[in-house]
Write a protein that binds this ligand. Structure first.
Ligand code: ME8
Length: 509
């Protein structure tokens, strides 16, 4: 059986600059992809940009640019951000690429040939911001009389010829699918929301537009362009070679293991996408996880409020690994979370500098000073030594389970329990006192600590790749010994270490 893991981020709209929310989703996928790779999986990690549709066309025109030139520029900003954040995606897809146009037209043909698409005309509400159709029951009236969708987006009335997807025919099969696959939609509360939505009745979905041009033409009727959500969702199969469904890249990676999304776009992924796929004779993905929403110092993040958090500024201020750590530690993954400078500084100084940084720094400095900068040779382990080593060894299973549940905050919590136990062990064993009294015992204590730090540094790599690599370099751990299967190897006594160097600076206000 092949050991593959296919994880995707949403493809981001290129109507605007990337912000912290986009960085957050891709970061979560990056951590997961890094963990799975280090655990021996053949990982495919996909991200990219969603470049068609009315919203992008309007933004291009507001910037007085041709849509293609506009999307080239903004898409590049997303690519640059991914590099800046040290993301390890294997592919970056753009929906304006020829491979995607071909895939998009191919899925359309499959749906059409299966009898799931028919021509009609649409009359109803549409929110350009969400690129979504809304029913009357989902709207409220704003103070200025404007009609507002449940998402907060303004809607407009549209009336145009349109092809429809027979979504209403998929209601029972979708409910059956959710029932047969209880972990398809996570977290559980979101699953319940989706099920009630589907049980409330599904209407056929308009899947083409005629009043603008920026998109993939409908095969055999180019007066229509494919609805941007059908176009966008298809990216997940384009990237693995669709329509070549017999090719290895497709058979190995489909169905995807995980589509990671924000809660705002769950309906598209958990209702429309599996229906499109089943109608096209393809399997739905294995899991959709909808994470929560970030606010900034208690306020909704929005351009009009002027409180958009630029991930680049944040990283320049606090450091990349610090930001990566904070985003996944601060909020239980799945819940909404609030960004505050104070919380960032507290975690950076408390958990990174004081707990983890200090543990590594004091142990490695003692080894440098008192053991000739060589891994000390341990004597017989005491119960306390065995206890600490056993706690570190137990992390492998604890993390595997929590990564599979996408409980990133819990992964970090369990790692920190061991960091704190190691600090308590340093205080209790007081190796600095043993130097004269019992140097052999000092060597054992420092060995136990150094090996614990090695294991911790291996396991923090997905979250904080740079800092963890620096620690592993200082410990003389070779590149091939940094995987989950190398956790059980021990440091080799008398091997030389590098000069100790702090890796988690304190933030000075
Ligand atoms: O919806 N907090 O693209 P998009 C957390 N193109 N996450 C946030 C966030 C916030 N405040 N703001 C944005 C689209 N996100 C479509 C997707 S997929 C086939 C097509 C993240 O640029 C979150 O992941 O509006 C959300 O789902 C995504 O950005 C929306 O990105």
């Amino acid at each position: 059986m092949s050991n593959t893991y296919y994880v995707t981020t949403p493809i981001y709209y290129v109507n605007d600059a990337p912000h912290i929310g986009h960085a957050y989703t891709t970061l979560a996928c990056d951590v997961l992809a890094r963990f799975k790779r280090m655990d021996g999986y053949d990982v495919k990690f996909l991200t990219g940009t969603d470049e068609h549709g009315q919203k992008v066309e309007k933004s291009a025109s507001a910037a007085c640019m041709e849509p293609q030139q506009f999307t080239d520029n903004v898409s590049q900003n997303f690519r640059d951000l991914a590099e800046f954040m040290n993301f390890t995606h294997d592919d970056f897809i753009r929906t304006t690429e020829p491979r995607h146009k071909a895939a998009c037209q191919a899925i359309w043909k499959r749906l059409f040939d299966a009898g799931d698409i028919y021509l009609g005309s649409y009359e109803g509400w549409y929110a350009v911001r969400d690129e979504a159709f809304y029913g009357e029951g989902e709207l409220t009236t704003g103070p200025d009389g404007k009609r507002i969708a449940s998402s907060g987006a303004e809607v407009e009335w549209i009336q145009e010829p349109s092809y429809f997807f027979r979504l209403s025919a998929w209601e029972d099969r979708l409910l059956q699918f959710y029932n047969d696959n209880p972990n398809f939609i996570l977290p559980r509360t979101r699953r319940n929301e989706v099920i009630s939505f589907v049980k409330g009745g599904l209407q056929d979905l308009s899947v083409s537009r005629t009043t603008f041009k920026w998109g993939v033409p409908v095969p055999s009727d180019d007066a229509h362009i494919v609805y941007v959500w059908l176009d966008a969702l298809t990216n997940y199969i384009t990237a693995i070679g669709f329509p070549e469904t017999e090719a290895d890249s497709f058979t190995q990676y489909w169905p995807a293991d995980l589509h990671m999304v924000g809660k705002d776009i769950l309906r598209f992924h958990a209702v429309y996408w599996p229906a499109f796929l089943m109608a096209a004779g393809l399997e739905p993905p294995k899991r959709i996880f909808a994470h929560g929403w970030w606010t900034n110092e208690g306020q909704k993040i929005s351009k009009s409020v002027g409180n958009v958090i630029d991930p680049i500024e944040l990283v320049n201020k606090y450091g990349l690994d610090q930001v990566r750590y904070f985003l996944l530690r601060e909020v239980p993954f799945g819940n909404d979370g609030d960004f505050s400078q104070q919380a960032m500084v507290n975690r950076m100084n408390g958990e990174l500098a004081n707990d983890y940084g200090n543990l590594a720094q004091r142990v490695l400095s003692m080894i440098a000073k008192d053991c000739d900068r060589q891994v000390p040779a341990p004597g017989k382990f005491t119960v306390d030594d065995e206890n600490l080593l056993a706690q570190a060894m137990a992390l492998e299973e604890a993390l595997r389970e929590r990564m599979d549940a996408l409980a990133f905050h819990e992964c970090l919590e369990v790692i920190w329990r061991v960091i704190r136990a190691a600090n308590a062990y340093v205080d209790a064993q007081a190796p600095w006192k043993l130097r004269k009294e019992d140097p052999k015992r000092m060597g054992t204590v420092l060995y136990v600590l150094a090996d614990t730090i090695r294991q911790l540094a291996i396991l923090t790599q997905p979250f904080m790749p740079d800092a963890s690599a620096k620690l592993l370099n200082q410990l003389g751990v070779g590149d091939k010994d940094r995987t989950i299967s190398s956790l059980s190897l021990r440091l080799i006594p008398h091997s030389a270490l590098l000069a100790p160097q702090g890796v988690f600076p304190r933030f000075q206000e």
